[in-house]
Design a protein around this ligand. Structure first.
Ligand SMILES: [Zn+2]
Length: 697
C-alpha cells in the first residue's frame, strides 16, 4: 500500500475534527480513483482487494461520522459501490471481423473469388476507405435518439458503453430518422489528442499509454463516466447494420450517414478493379504518417448492395469486404531464451523471450517461434540479435537472425524430447491426414494427466468464448490449482459448497481477496451454472471445436444426450461427416473425446453440476426453405455452388453433403453424377437450377 498515509488514518473516524476528516477524505477519494484506474483501466492493480476494501470502508465511516465535512469534496465517492463492469449487450447482427490481404496478389485473388462466386467476369466496383486503428462500435438509434452504444466484444455480445460516448467528436446523439437504425463505426483517438493526454498523464504522475489505440480502448472501457467523457475521442461511421444497409451502394450509404450528422472518413473513393485498388492503397501507405490519426491499412467493400447480399458471409467474415494491411512493423532485439508452452490440446509452441523492444508503439518481450522446423530452418540461437515483427493484433513473431552479430559460442537449439511438465511425458508428432507427412506440431502425450494441459483446459473453460466466468482468469486458476482445490472443470462449481462445509479457509480471508471480490467470484460462477449447450461444448476444449463448429454441432445434436445417444449407436462419425462444413478432423476429435473414458467422465462430471440449455436453432422467419434438407450436385449455370448453398441457407434450409432418405430436395446442375441417381432411387425430389430459383423467389 502507499507509504504516504495520512497521520489521521489509524484514529477512529469520530475522533477526527471536521477539517481532518475533510483532508483525509480527499486523500482517500484520490487514492481510490487511482486504484480504480489501475484495476479497471489498465487491468494492473497495485494493491490487494482487501486493501482496497479497507480504503473504501474507511471513506464510508468518515462520511458517516462527518457528513457535512465530506459531502462537498468527496460527494459521489462516499459509499459508492465499486463498479464491477459493463452490462452485456447481444448484437442484433453479429459484428464480424474482416479478412486480411497482405499483398497485391491477395487483393487480386479477392476480386477473382468474388467474380467466381457471382459467376461474372466484369471488374468489380468497390468502395474504399482507410482502415482506422481504433475500436469498432455499434450505435442503436430509435426514432432519432441514441439508445445503446456497444463494443464489438466477441462479435456476438459486446459491452454497453453508452454513457462513455456522450462526448465523442463526430458522433451525434440525436439524428433526424424515424424508426430503428443501427450505425457502425470506429472510435479512435487522434494523434494530437493522444500526445496531449500522455502529457497530462505525466504531469499527474500517472502511467502513459503506449499508442492511440490503447488510449482509446482504455477511455471507452473506463468505468468512471466523467473521466471517460473528458477524454478526447473521435468517430468515423462506416456503415448501417442489418437489412437497411443491404440494398444501397456502400459509397452512397456513407454520404447518407454524413447528411445525418455522422463524421465519415473524407478520404473515401469508389474504384473499379483490383489494379485501381492497389494504386489507391500504395498512395495511402506513403502519406499515412501525415494523417491526423493512425491507420493500419485500407478496406475495400463491394459497392453494390445487391451484390453484397448475394455474396453474404462465411463463418467469421463477409465475402464482400477485405482489409488490405500495411506491412508489419519490425525492430531488432536480443533473443534471451526459448521456452516451450504447452497448449490445452498438448501442442507445444516454442516461444522466444526477448529483451523488451518497442515495435510500432507496443512493447514486445515475447514472440512465437511456431514450431521446431521453423527454429531449425532459420537457425535461431539463444543470444542472437533477431528481427521481431508485429502486424495488427497478430502475435509478434521472429523473422530472422542478424547473422553478423552472432556470438562465436552461440549453440544451435535442440527441441526437447519430453514435455516440460513434472511428468516429463514423451513428445510425439502426429501424421497429418491431408499431407500424409509428419505434422510440424509436436504434442505432449500426457493427455489429461499433464498438469500443463490441465491448466490450459481450465483457463480455456472459463474464458470469454466458453463459460465466460468474470474474475476467474489464469491467475486465480493457478491459485486454486496450487492449493489443490481445482483439478477438474467440475471442481469450479463445487468450490462454494466445499467452502461452506469448511473444507478450506473462506476465500474472503485469502491474500488478494476481500469480501466483495470473493462474493463477486462466487456470483460469477453461480451465474454460469446455467449454460448454453454451445458454450458447454466450446468449454470442453475438444480439438477443432471452436465456437463456429460448436454451433454447427449443437444444431445437429441440440443436447448432450442426443450426442451421446448417437455415439452409442456407433454412427456419430458418419452422421457428422455428412454435415456440410464438418471435416474428418473435427468428426474424429469429437468421436475420440467421447470414446476416451477419461475425457468422457470429465464431461459428465461437469454436466452434473450444470443446467445445460438445449440449443434451439434460430428460426429464419418466413424462410421459404425452413428446415428443408438440401443437397447440391453438378455444375450450376447462373451461380456457383457456394452461392447456391449460401442462398439456400439464407432461406432456412440445411445443406447436406450427401443424399439420404431424409433429404427433401436434390438440386442437380450439369453432369450431376451419382447423387442424382441416389435421389431417384430413394424417391427424393430432384430440382433443376431454374426450379430451385423459383423456390427462392
Ligand atoms: Zn505435458
Amino acid at each position: 500500500m502507499s507509504p504516504r498515509f495520512p497521520k489521521t488514518f489509524d484514529r477512529p473516524a469520530k475522533a477526527l475534527s471536521p477539517q481532518e476528516a475533510s483532508e483525509e477524505g480527499l486523500w482517500l477519494a484520490a487514492e481510490i480513483a487511482l486504484h480504480d484506474e489501475r484495476y479497471h483501466g489498465q487491468d494492473a492493480p497495485i494493491i490487494t482487494d482487501a486493501e482496497y476494501d479497507k480504503l473504501r470502508r474507511r471513506l464510508k465511516s468518515l462520511g458517516d461520522a462527518h457528513p457535512a465535512a465530506l459531502a462537498d469534496e468527496v460527494g459521489v465517492a462516499v459509499g459508492a459501490k465499486p463498479k464491477v463492469g459493463f452490462e452485456k449487450v447481444a448484437h442484433d447482427y453479429p459484428m464480424l471481423s474482416l479478412d486480411n490481404a497482405f499483398d497485391d496478389e491477395d487483393v487480386r485473388e479477392f476480386e477473382r473469388r468474388i467474380q467466381r462466386f457471382l459467376q461474372i467476369s466484369d471488374p468489380i466496383t468497390f468502395c474504399c476507405e482507410p482502415k482506422i486503428d481504433g475500436l469498432s462500435i455499434s450505435l442503436r438509434f430509435r426514432n432519432g435518439k441514441l439508445i445503446c452504444a456497444a463494443t464489438r466484444g466477441d462479435g456476438h455480445t459486446g459491452e454497453d458503453v453508452t454513457r462513455n460516448i456522450q462526448n465523442v467528436s463526430g458522433l451525434p446523439l440525436q439524428i433526424d430518422h424515424q424508426g430503428g437504425m443501427e450505425v457502425r463505426g470506429e472510435i479512435y483517438m487522434a494523434k494530437g489528442d493522444f500526445a496531449a493526454l500522455n502529457l497530462q498523464q505525466v504531469a499527474e504522475n500517472k502511467p502513459t499509454f503506449a499508442n492511440p489505440r490503447n488510449a482509446a480502448a482504455g477511455s471507452l472501457r473506463q468505468l468512471d463516466e466523467q473521466l471517460a467523457q473528458s477524454r478526447a475521442l473521435s468517430f468515423f461511421a462506416y456503415g448501417v447494420a442489418g437489412p437497411q444497409g443491404d440494398d444501397v451502394s456502400q459509397f452512397d450509404q456513407l454520404q447518407d450517414l454524413a447528411r445525418l450528422g455522422f463524421a465519415i472518413n473524407p478520404d473515401t473513393a469508389r474504384l473499379t478493379g483490383a489494379d485501381a485498388l492497389i494504386a489507391w492503397y500504395q498512395k495511402r501507405g506513403l502519406s499515412r504518417a501525415e494523417l491526423p490519426h493512425d491507420i493500419d491499412g485500407v478496406v475495400y467493400k463491394v459497392d453494390d448492395g445487391a451484390l453484397r447480399q448475394r455474396l453474404g458471409f462465411v463463418a467469421r467474415s463477409p465475402r464482400w469486404a477485405i482489409a488490405h494491411k500495411f506491412p508489419a512493423e519490425t525492430a531488432t532485439t536480443i533473443l534471451t531464451n526459448i521456452i516451450i508452452q504447452v497448449g490445452r490440446t498438448g501442442a507445444l509452441t516454442p516461444v522466444a523471450e526477448l529483451v523488451p523492444v518497442n515495435v510500432g508503439g507496443v512493447m514486445v518481450s515475447r514472440a512465437t517461434l511456431h514450431n521446431e522446423e521453423e527454429i531449425q530452418r532459420k537457425d535461431f540461437r539463444v543470444g542472437d540479435h533477431v528481427v521481431v515483427q508485429r502486424a495488427g493484433d497478430v502475435i509478434p513473431q521472429l523473422v530472422s537472425v542478424v547473422s553478423e552479430k552472432r556470438q562465436p559460442d552461440a549453440l544451435p537449439y535442440h527441441f526437447p524430447k519430453t514435455c516440460p511438465c513434472p511428468l516429463a511425458s514423451k513428445i510425439v508428432a502426429e501424421f497429418d491426414e491431408k499431407t500424409g507427412k509428419k505434422d510440424a506440431v509436436q504434442r505432449c502425450s500426457g493427455g489429461l494427466a499433464c498438469p500443463h494441459q490441465k491448466r490450459e483446459r481450465l483457463i480455456h473453460l472459463v474464458s470469454r468464448e466458453a463459460f465466460d466466468i468474470e474474475g476467474l482468469g489464469p491467475k486465480q486458476i493457478d491459485l486454486f490449482m496450487e492449493r489443490g482445490l481445482i483439478d477438474q472443470p467440475a471442481d469450479i462449481f463445487t468450490l462454494r459448497l466445499r467452502e461452506e462445509r469448511g473444507e478450506f479457509a473462506p476465500l474472503m480471508t485469502w491474500d488478494g481477496f476481500g469480501r466483495q471480490s470473493a462474493e463477486n467470484l462466487y456470483g460469477a460462477i453461480e451465474s454460469r451454472r446455467t449454460i448454453s449447450f454451445t458454450r458447454f461444448l466450446v468449454g470442453l476444449g475438444i480439438r477443432h471445436l471452436g465456437t463456429t463448429n460448436a454451433r454447427l454441432l449443437a444444431r445437429i445434436f441440440p443436447s448432450m444426450k442426443s450426442l451421446i445417444d448417437a455415439h452409442h449407436l456407433g454412427n456419430l462419425k458418419q452422421v457428422l461427416m455428412e454435415v456440410d462444413g464438418v471435416g474428418g478432423a473435427m468428426a474424429g476429435s469429437v468421436w475420440g473425446f467421447l470414446e476416451d473414458p477419461r475425457t468422457r467422465s470429465m464431461m459428465e462430471d461437469l454436466a452434473a453440476q450444470l443446467h445445460i440449455e438445449a440449443e434451439l436453432p434460430k428460426p429464419i422467419m418466413g424462410g421459404k426453405l425452413e428446415n428443408k434438407i438440401m443437397v447440391f450436385t453438378g455444375t450450376l449455370a447462373n451461380m456457383s455452388r457456394g452461392e447456391a448453398k449460401a442462398r439456400a441457407e439464407q432461406a432456412g434450409a440445411k445443406v447436406s453433403g450427401s443424399v439420404s432418405a431424409k433429404t427433401d430436395y436434390v438440386v442437380a446442375g450439369a453432369d450431376p453424377g451419382s447423387k442424382a441417381k441416389k435421389a431417384a432411387d430413394l424417391g427424393v425430389a430432384l430440382l433443376s437450377e431454374e426450379e430451385f430459383m423459383r423456390l427462392l423467389d
